[in-house]
Design a protein around this ligand. Structure first.
Ligand code: B4P
Length: 191
């Protein structure tokens, strides 16, 4: 059973690497961002609730986000492992995830932190904006997302470091190279 978390600033490559790691470890990749975007696209009740937060580059309220992850982790395919992409992002979400995992200290194998500098992530997100037109990829919203990350999510690195779980990987370079680095760093930990 493999249970991994992926953390990193917007544009660091979480979604990109999550797909590959999901395949490598044969576990489902659970992306809160993808779940929210799917619901917005399909005009579901949840989609209507989260759209304004996402468009503004703000975090979706913890109560909604925690409920979604809790439901998702109860599904059969997640019982034998999972990779959480972009969750937890706040201290409350860490607390709730601990509760979902019954505060089992061995519940997680590693927290993969993908690092990339601001210049690079802004360039990537602006490129994606030009290609895919995501509502939260405008220059102003990207700036706001980065500051929300620094304020609310970066402090989680200390929490997971204190638990000895953080594996830090350089997110710069080709996608395959980054995947190789993550797999090597996890293998070095016996994951
Ligand atoms: P996410 O979907 O997680 O969006 P993100 O932070 O931008 O990461 P993403 O996965 O898209 O980017 P990636 O680095 O893979 O969240 C979106 C929004 O959802 C949040 O702002 C928030 O509103 C809400 N949300 C999600 N989770 C939440 C939570 N837990 N709590 C509250 N709110 C939540 O890729 C970026 C680009 O870089 C892509 O175009 C990719 O192709 C490119 N790229 C990747 N790797 C590259 C490489 N090595 N070289 C060059 N380009 C690369």
């Amino acid at each position: 059973m493999t249970r991994l978390l992926l953390i990193g600033p917007p544009g660091a490559g979480k979604g990109t690497q999550a797909e590959r790691l999901s395949e490598a470890f044969a576990v489902p990749a659970v992306s809160t961002g993808d779940i929210f975007r799917y619901n917005v696209k399909n005009d579901t009740e949840l989609g209507l609730q989260v759209k304004s937060f996402m468009d503004a580059g703000a975090y979706v309220p913890d109560t909604l986000t925690n409920a979604i992850v809790s439901d998702r982790l109860k599904q059969d395919d997640a019982v034998d492992g999972f990779l959480l992409d972009g969750y937890p992002r706040t201290q409350d979400q860490v607390f709730e995830l601990d509760r979902m995992l019954e505060a089992d200290n061995d519940a997680l194998d590693a927290v993969v932190l993908i690092v990339a500098d601001t210049e690079e992530v802004v360039a990537r997100l602006l490129k994606r904006a030009a290609e895919q037109g995501r509502a939260d990829d405008t220059a102003d919203v990207i700036r706001h997302r980065l500051s929300v990350y620094e304020e609310q999510t970066a402090p989680l690195i200390d929490i997971y470091s204190a638990r000895g779980l953080v594996v830090t990987v350089d997110g710069l370079g080709a996608v395959d190279e980054v995947t190789g680095r993550i797999l090597a760093a996890l293998a070095a930990r016996g994951v």
